[in-house]
Design a protein around this ligand. Sequence first.
Ligand code: PLP
Length: 365
Amino acid sequence: MPSETRRGVIERYRAFLPVTDATPVISLQEGSTPLIPCPALSREIGGGFEVFAKYEGLNPTGSFKDRGMTMAISKAAEDGARAVICASTGNTSAAAAAYAARAGMECIVLLPAGKIAKGKLAQAFMYGAKVVAIDGNFDDALRLVREIGRGGRVAIVNSINPHRIQGQKTAAFEIIEALGDAPDLHILPVGNAGNITAYWLGYREFHALGRSTRLPRMTGFQAAGSAPIFHGRVIDKPETIATAIRIGNPASWDEARAALDESCGAIDIVTDAEILAAQRWLAEKEGIFVEPASAASIAGLLKCAGKDRCAGCPLPELRPGAKIVCTVTGHGLKDPDIVDHHDFRALTARPDRDEILGLLGLDGS
Ligand SMILES: *Cc1c(COP(=O)(O)O)cnc(C)c1O
């Protein structure tokens, strides 16, 4: 028997997912990602809170998208699909391509040209997807995918596919099992809003079954230039350095609103500068390297602890000892070009011991 934690989310949570014996399980042993205690971050925000990072970058293709994709591709295989299609800001296409490859299916991905992080593009190509770059943004790509998918010849595996949300809710189950209860506050980046929808679904399901005593307050962060839910209107030309959340018209807008309202949560924005600072801070202080979109949740938590928090911010209402989980959605190596936005510079030296020691201030003086 495979161990409890390394067999993929469908086998681990079969009883809570819409699968049957007739569903071929297409898995890369996704899920069971670490919930890492963050003592430096806890100290930084104060208040006696305990902060954890749910490190979704350790999934097989480096983002949480694998949780939903194992479901979407397994169900597509059950339906006899030969090809799948998705629009993507990068990570959905990486996951779709990998799981389709494993299922022996063709995968077509529509991407906004020039707006996909290098690592993600490499993945789509390497896993053998047909990549179509369009002169438009994610929202344009998703509209086209809906039109193409309507013909019924290819299965859509974007988060408008309800199986994706089902698979992604397993992250909430894992957090409850790791903590012994739900956290008090859950913070995550919001793009197309599928993930906040999925977490809220997962938290409610385990709560209804008596597996947790509380429901977390859900708090989402959008990039300041791509914040349709925060502003309450579609953003025609979304912009942010965090390409995974560069979305102006989220597909799961209503569901995200419901999660925020029902959980007494909040939605707020963080600037690109705050995202970059948080990305670097988390890597330097906690040893966790995440992609820019993922750092939005950390930037958000730091903002909640500061003076310019949003009006409905739940943080000031939490008791000391409260547990806070930040989902960090994707691995830092996805987006290597981001280093150009940080002012890193290597020290240079001749291959000479004394010169190097001198340069480092280790020459005994
Ligand atoms: C997809 C993605 C998001 C946004 O998730 P939504 O479900 O679209 O809100 C955030 N971060 C990363 C790394 C992603 O891949």
